[in-house]
Design a protein around this ligand. Structure first.
Ligand code: ISL
Length: 574
């Protein structure tokens, strides 16, 4: 039986502060806005809030470029606001985890300003500087052929000292040099600073990238292969994480989740296994990168549903022995879950609630991204000028302006994949600015025009709403611990429509004290017939997302699920 702890049983809610609630009148969400909306978050029944970065930042990448790890971004408020927010979260019985972005800083961080000033500056080795190489043409080139995550080369020439610095993300996000013990000490001090303030843990941004493998050209044409084989899982990553855990994190009862581009099934457990003293869980990208075509992020391909199920199964199995998974369908970097994995047209409500059921019935800690609880959808702005995300804008410059790609074709890809799909303001009500900011204020990014239909106020008092369903599904998970800890046994891997799994209340054949659950999901627009495994009998219908659900108790071997029906049963047998 797995060890039981609070962070395995917790449900997490992610807040992207820029887009949550403006109170100061600048069109940008802020900390006081989160304070005002804490009762909404509490009403959902979640335990932990993950707050995307709120530190001082020039916002080249919306706060993922930190200029001061110990200061609050002025647009978001003050440290006093932060303290009040933390207190408000704690008094409601919830916890707060911060976003630790420590692979890189902003180029406006004081460390980088010093580092770039002179080759003999104390802080020179805080970052990764290399001389250029002279090509056969006699022209100076970057040290390697590496590309950045956000288009263009990963090296930037800096005239002050005539060398290049590494930036795996934008040129305003120079990578820190974790080989330097002074850098690791600085980061450990930052972590300690926030833990001493009373925060309850961290989500660690691109933690798989902190140890570099050396600086040779990547042989790969596809960027995701470069991430996996050249950038991620460097030789000292586990040592660095163990050091941070041992020196700081282990002294507090907190949770950690590492974000891990390039972490595969083999590497995953080594970051989180309970004997390793590193992290509690990671976000893997098995299901987040699966709809990228050969051209990468802005070359979308349809979701392969069988592969989607396999990803869940493989990761569950990989973590079954002493590891732990996070379960998420969306965050601030990927499209809206209902638009991507559901059907945000005719089956909007059914598919959004089915996805909620999947989140709350898988093994692993579930993460809900703001707006998911009301079924917020992708947005399709016509003009590139309506977009704000540096990833989208850089890709537009590279692919359309420089590369000659058809602008309409690129925009269609942005509508499917762009990160601004999830960054439009939270839709609180149907007033002119959806309650996100005052009506005479321009929000930093336009609203999704469907806010008149999809908003919190419209769902709050409706027992049939997506919001009401999230509340019920979260409460249901918390009341049925077998959904947290039991094994996962999927029996419809080949099926084109169904994702059905058992959560047996047995561990290695012996009863584990929890009930056994069967979760039946029809992830398609057509009805589907479920053939039940012969060895089980569905004994009690517990939960469904449709009001006209298939509640017929059955001792037979099959049942029919309506389009996007989700149905949870207690079962007997093994
Ligand atoms: O969104 C992605 C690409 O489209 C991902 O590859 C993403 O860049 C990657 O998962 C890293 O994301 C994290 O670090 C970035 C930041 O922009 C993201 O918001 C953050 O979640 C750099 O700090």
């Amino acid at each position: 039986m797995m060890n039981q702890t609070w962070w395995k049983e917790a449900v997490v809610y992610q807040i992207y502060p820029r887009s949550f609630q403006d109170t100061s009148g600048n069109g940008v969400g802020d900390l006081r806005g989160i304070i005002e909306r804490l009762d909404h978050v509490k009403a959902l029944g979640v335990d932990v809030i993950w707050l995307s970065p709120v530190y001082e930042s020039p916002n080249d990448d919306n706060g993922y470029d930190i200029a001061d790890y110990r200061a609050i971004m002025a647009e978001f408020g003050t440290m006093a606001d932060f303290d009040e927010l933390l207190n408000g979260i704690h008094t409601r019985g919830m916890k707060l985890i911060m976003d630790l972005v420590a692979n890189h800083t902003s180029d406006e961080h004081a460390w980088f300003e010093e580092s770039r000033a002179a080759k003999d500056n104390d802080k020179r080795d805080y970052y990764i500087w290399k001389p250029g190489v002279e090509g056969p043409d006699g022209v100076m080139h970057p040290p390697t052929n590496w590309g950045s995550f956000f288009s263009g080369p990963a090296w930037e020439f800096d005239a002050a000292t005539g060398e290049y610095y590494l930036h795996l993300f934008t040129r305003k996000q120079p990578d820190l040099n974790w080989e330097n013990p002074a850098v690791r000490k600085e980061i450990a001090d930052v972590v300690e600073f926030w833990l001493e303030k009373g925060v309850d843990g961290f989500r660690m941004d691109v933690i798989s990238l902190i140890s570099k493998r050396g600086y040779t050209d990547t042989p790969h044409e596809q960027f995701n292969d470069t991430i996996a084989n050249v950038y991620a899982n460097g030789p000292r990553v586990h040592e660095f994480l163990q050091e941070l855990y041992k020196n700081v994190i282990s002294k507090y009862d907190v949770m950690t989740v590492g974000e891990g581009p390039g972490i595969d099934l083999n590497e995953g457990p080594s970051y989180v296994h309970e004997d390793r003293g590193e992290l509690n869980m990671i976000f893997h990208f098995g299901h987040m990168f699966m709809d990228q075509g050969p051209g990468g992020k802005f070359d979308p391909v349809p979701i392969d549903f069988r592969r989607f199920k396999e990803v869940f199964v493989e990761w569950d199995q990989a973590m079954a022995d002493g590891g732990w998974n996070s379960v998420f369908l969306c965050n601030h970097d990927f499209p809206r879950a209902v638009s991507r994995f559901g059907n945000d047209g005719p089956y909007w409500k059914e598919s959004a609630t089915l996805l909620a059921t999947l989140l709350m019935t898988m093994r692993g800690t579930p993460y809900v991204y703001q707006g998911e609880e009301i079924g917020m959808t992708n947005v399709a702005f016509d003009a590139i000028d309506d977009y704000r995300d540096v990833e989208t804008l850089n890709a537009y410059n590279e692919q359309v302006l420089e590369g000659g790609r058809d602008a309409g074709d690129f925009m269609r890809a942005v509508h499917i994949m762009g990160r601004d799909n999830v960054r439009t303001p939270m839709q609180w009500d149907d007033s002119a600015r959806a309650g996100f900011c005052a009506e005479d204020v321009e929000p930093w990014i336009d609203l999704n025009p469907n806010y008149d239909r999809i908003n919190v106020a419209a769902q709050m008092d409706d027992p049939e709403s997506i919001f009401a369903y999230y509340k019920k599904a979260i409460a249901f998970r918390k009341a049925h611990k077998g959904l947290v800890y039991n094994d996962v046994d999927v029996w419809t891997l080949e099926d084109e429509q169904l994702f059905c799994f058992l959560r047996p209340g047995t561990t290695n054949g012996a009863k584990n004290g929890f009930d056994s659950y069967a979760v039946l999901l029809n992830m398609s627009d057509e009805p589907a017939e479920v053939l039940l495994p012969g060895r089980i009998i569905l004994s009690e219908h517990l939960f469904s997302n449709l009001s006209n659900q298939s509640t017929k108790p059955t001792t037979t071997s099959s049942m029919t699920l309506m389009s996007w029906e989700a149905s949870i049963w207690k079962y007997h047998g093994n």
